[in-house]
Design a protein around this ligand. Sequence first.
Ligand SMILES: O=P(O)(O)OC[C@H]1O[C@H](O)[C@H](O)[C@@H](O)[C@@H]1O
Length: 549
Amino acid sequence: MTTPTALPAWNALQAHRQEIAGQHLRDWFAADPQRFQRFSLRWGDILFDYSKHRITDKTLGLLLQLAEQSGLAARIEAMFSGEKINVTEDRAVLHVALRNCSDRPIYVDGEDVMPAVWRVLTQMRRFSEQVRGGQWRGFTGRPITDVVNIGIGGSDLGPRMVTTALTPYHKEDLRVHYVANVDEADLIETLKGLDQETTLFLVVSKTFTTQETMTNARSARDWLLTAAGGDETAIARHFVAVSTNRHAVQAFGIDPENMFEFWDWVGGRYSLWSAVGLSIALAVGMDRFEELLQGAFEMDEHFRTTPFSRNLPVLMGLLGIWYADFFGAESHAVLPYDQYLRHFPDHLQQLDMESNGKRVDLEGRAVDYATGPIVWGQPGTNGQHSFFQLLHQGTHLVPCDFLVAARSHHELGDHHRILVANCLAQAEALMRGRTFEEARAELEAEGVPEDRLDLLAAAKIFPGNRPSSLFLYPKLTPRILGSLIACYEHKVFVQGAIWNVNSFDQMGVELGKQLARRILPELEGGQIGEHDASTRALIEVYRHWQTRP
Ligand SMILES: O=P(O)(O)OC[C@H]1O[C@H](O)[C@H](O)[C@@H](O)[C@@H]1O
């Protein structure tokens, strides 16, 4: 596999970057009435506007060449056909199989995985219908009113984000909660007001060894048993597990009958489509969950079969590379103008940063180009009243993604119109900016005294030329949401393929875990082992403060 910087298109892009250095998006728009038509894409019910990017036809041509030269097409084919592209863990990467709504078989090691996928989907349907229909009863015979998903990382963020996004579709008398943090405050605050007799726990962990999840699950089990008078048979009515590790599930005391399986070819941050999404199915019902899968499947088909020049995730991926590697942009903001998508940036942080936050390539060589960006964001309009200042006038270039629905799930005065107006206005302002002359003229018209005009006008300059994409769709339905999430997954794939990194392992999370295992007994009073002076002193002070009243 070639390092991207050695590809002819990479050098050409570097030269081209210099070529367009002094040029401004507002002039490009003024000179070309067709700019929006040329740089936007209508895919089903999703409109993707990428005309407010620092690109010309030539830029796009070169970026597409980069994709071709890097062998992206073969990489896509390798993923969809079950090749073990996660080379360090020697695993296939097949979240696409979880939403394969076609009758195409998908093979891993010569075995079609689809029958197992369908079996678990059927199990999820049966179980969620029982719980939602009130037939599944707690240990005293009462129906379930509250579901608590215990999991962290991919076993939390995806399901939490989707469940929140689909709030308008929830069954009203079944509440779904999420506990992730090992900080006891998370579990304690969640359990406040819940009733042991009517609470169902989903212990969700791919490995079933994650310290935070196991600790929370044990405390939840104790909480249940206190109310059940220590009767362990109650556990079967109140605990189900979602995992790849049957053995550990049994060892924890959860009946294998109550286990929902998934497989090592599903990465944690790509797992919401599997039984890891059980909390989603409980909240919105299995029909809606399957609509979510359908939306993702449609995006998969688009990604797999559409020429790169009209391929949504490919375009997104290439635009990200353009800024990360040729403009030095270090971060990427995701700004959903949708309160229900408030956890979308959190999910994308894990998806993108755990996938492409890598410093060695597929051959183990340290890379000398930028890889995955720092992803961050908040729902609009809230962000406008805090960090948008920096987006507009700061010294950093931050490419932004705006997401907004044309219609709300509610009708309340002109709220939604105001929301949309703000979203479009922010993208426009970032792009066009405001010149010194414009600012000065406005101030003059407002009657600002002559001696303050220059100073104020200087402060009111917006350089503009700041890039953004915008997704517009009719309404946030399960299907649209499925397509959007899958689109971001594939965008991450495209970038990882071009950067020549393994987007599917996460070695960077291990070292801290190992050291925490060493430090834990030292905090409990054991002998303090080898540490740097800082860590040792912190352990000592911690221990000292345990003895203070
Ligand atoms: O699902 P689990 O095995 O409990 O893993 C939960 C999370 O923890 C790990 O540290 C990984 O970094 C994540 O990718 C994973 O999603």
